[in-house]
Ligand binder design. Structure first.
Ligand SMILES: [Zn+2]
Ligand SMILES: [Zn+2]
Ligand SMILES: [Zn+2]
Length: 278
């Protein structure tokens, strides 16, 4: 399924027919078979003129529902992989699935929970320490997004942040190439894929500074393939160690199925029923 394709969705213009036609803009771009495309398969009416005014729809990658483009947040960055100009997940899914990691205003309970998350995600991504002074110097002591000058803060940073660049929620480790950000920009960026947050010129510069391939930064969000591979291979060991976080495990499994079409339980010797349930 290509979640970047835009569909024109409309009812057949024959008042006696209630068939809904769904035609991709990609197909509409090929002029030669246009009449065949616009022909209603039920009544045979050719729906030219209707198609131009038809609303533009696309599929959500998470819930897989076909919805009007207005249900998707705009994408900051237009390229062939984001030709709809919209994000891959609908607003509803974005709030449900991704924002728990983004929310900068956390209650004490959420804080405790999130440090557990961090441990779990740190374990999976293979997180290791990074030399923060080196990163700070590399970015010239300035927030990469807004350019604000930042004090160097080794411990308990207030303003200076080392952003994951590639989100921890998708199991990427910090040492992959962190970005120096101020705390405001970090709160906005947190959990987003670089292409969802930075402009094209920024992505090119970021690629040079972090050493992360431009193609990866500018593409669609994806899980760290090494972490996914590790999970599939060592799922029994993983479950034994982290079984006390069933909701996280279910979430990670569901997200990896959606994003990468891989079920991390495929090689598991035994999985408790409560982890299987939705
Ligand atoms: Zn019809
Ligand atoms: Zn959705
Ligand atoms: Zn900033």
């Amino acid at each position: 399924m290509d979640y970047t394709v835009v569909w024109r969705v409309f009812q057949c213009k024959n008042p006696k027919c209630d068939f809904i036609l769904k035609i991709s803009e990609d197909d509409l771009g090929i002029q030669s078979n246009i009449n065949k495309l616009l022909k209603c398969p039920i009544c045979g009416t050719v729906n030219s003129s209707v198609v131009e005014e038809a609303p533009r729809w696309k599929y959500c990658r998470v819930c897989e529902r076909l919805q009007p483009l207005e249900n998707f947040h705009r994408h900051k960055f237009t390229s062939s992989s984001f030709r709809s100009g919209r994000q891959l997940e609908c607003k509803e899914c974005k709030n449900k699935e991704i924002n728990p990691y983004l929310n900068p205003l956390r209650t004490a309970d959420q804080h405790r929970e999130s440090s557990e998350h961090r441990r779990l995600y740190g374990f999976l991504s293979g997180e290791d320490k990074v030399n923060s002074k080196k990163i700070y110097k590399k970015f010239n002591g300035e927030c990469f997004k807004c350019g604000r000058e930042l004090p160097f803060e080794e411990k308990n940073p207030k303003e200076m942040r080392l952003d994951h660049t590639l989100p921890a929620s998708l199991l990427w480790p910090l040492q992959c190439g962190p970005t120096l950000l101020c705390s405001d920009c970090n709160n906005k960026k947190h959990g987003l894929w670089p292409s969802e947050f930075y402009e094209e010129v920024e992505l090119r510069r970021l690629s040079v500074l972090t050493g992360i391939l431009y193609k990866l930064l500018a593409g669609e969000p994806r899980f760290n393939p090494r972490a996914v591979k590790w999970l599939v291979k060592n799922i029994d060991e993983f479950l034994a160690r982290w079984i006390k976080y069933p909701d996280e495990i279910k979430k990670i499994r569901k997200m990896i199925i959606k994003f990468e079409s891989i079920d991390i339980f495929v090689k598991a010797r035994s999985v408790p029923a409560f982890l299987r349930s939705k």
